[in-house]
Ligand binder design. Structure first.
Ligand SMILES: Nc1ncnc2c1ncn2[C@@H]1O[C@H](COP(=O)(O)OP(=O)(O)OP(=O)(O)O)[C@@H](O)[C@H]1O
Ligand SMILES: [Mg+2]
Length: 253
């Protein structure tokens, strides 16, 4: 059997006395949509930061595509095909949707933001940017300024920004956060279309969404993995029901 695309072992990170990640192990094969769930403060965003290279672990290792990337900084990981979206929006508000994506393409290609005016004109940047917008269903909003987009459109645009760099692994930190039900449904449909064509680590609070999208689920509590497996196994896991899905459920379910 070939090595998983992402393999994490013993990943540990504390903030002062707070254990945000404790000996986390994960193995995610290429093409999988892997959800990470857990209560507030469980360490989900910390895990994304560790995987993206924004946070350095105290211990443990991260292998991606057969390489040890534990010591690799964010740009190096991005070059290898790791991309993330943020729990809170990270767009340039007074630029157009297309410009935001073109800038991501430019940054990924190793150019500097200094050549901003070039980025806005350069066909080599605009064409992949437009393609990413189309893929996400935002093609018609390419020339709209970010601050004129709805919140849902902004979240979609963030995914387009991440996709523009043609990642192999996409880290999604609560892409549905703050969306209304229609916008959430559109985002879920979009992620479902992406599923299979790239590997995803999806942080998500809404259980219906998680069970609709995930091939496998890892449950974090206080920085520790308390369960990991396919959705049916995780749903039935007594520790998960106790710690996360609610004791009520565990007693009567
Ligand atoms: N930069 C930091 N400095 C200090 N403590 C931090 C830092 N980042 C995270 N923490 C703490 O680490 C723990 C895990 O936080 P994290 O943001 O990873 O949780 P989370 O599962 O993403 O929570 P949420 O569901 O609210 O987004 C929390 O106790 C948090 O307060
Ligand atoms: Mg978080």
């Amino acid at each position: 059997m070939s090595e998983p695309l992402l393999q994490v072992a013993g990943l540990t990170k504390r903030f002062g006395g707070v254990i945000a990640a404790e000996a986390i192990a994960l193995a995610i094969p290429a093409g999988e949509c892997h959800a990470v769930i857990g209560p507030n403060g469980a360490g989900k965003t910390t895990l994304v930061g560790l995987l993206a290279g924004e946070i350095a672990p105290e211990r443990g290792s991260i292998r991606f595509d057969g390489r040890d990337i534990t010591a690799l900084a964010v740009p190096g990981r991005s070059q290898l095909g790791l991309a993330r979206s943020f729990q809170i929006t990270s767009l340039f508000a007074d630029f157009t949707a297309l410009d935001n994506v073109a800038l991501a393409v430019q940054a990924h290609d190793g150019h500097s933001f200094r050549f901003l005016t070039d980025a806005r004109r350069d066909a080599a940047l605009r064409e992949p940017a437009r393609a990413a917008l189309e893929a996400i269903g935002l093609g018609s909003r390419a020339d709209a300024r970010v601050d004129k987009l709805s919140h849902g459109e902004q979240r979609q645009l963030e995914i387009a920004v991440a996709l523009a760099t043609k990642p192999r692994l996409l880290l999604l930190d609560e892409p549905m956060a703050g969306l209304g039900s229609d916008e959430s449904a559109r985002m879920v449909a979009m992620l479902r279309r992406l599923k299979g064509s790239l590997t995803m680590v999806l942080i998500e609070h809404d259980m219906a969404t998680v069970f609709a999208l995930a091939d496998r689920i890892t449950v974090l509590v206080y920085g520790r993995v308390i369960a990991s497996g396919d959705p049916a196994a995780v749903r039935a896991d007594a520790a998960v029901r106790e710690a996360y899905l609610g004791e009520q459920d565990a007693r009567h379910g």
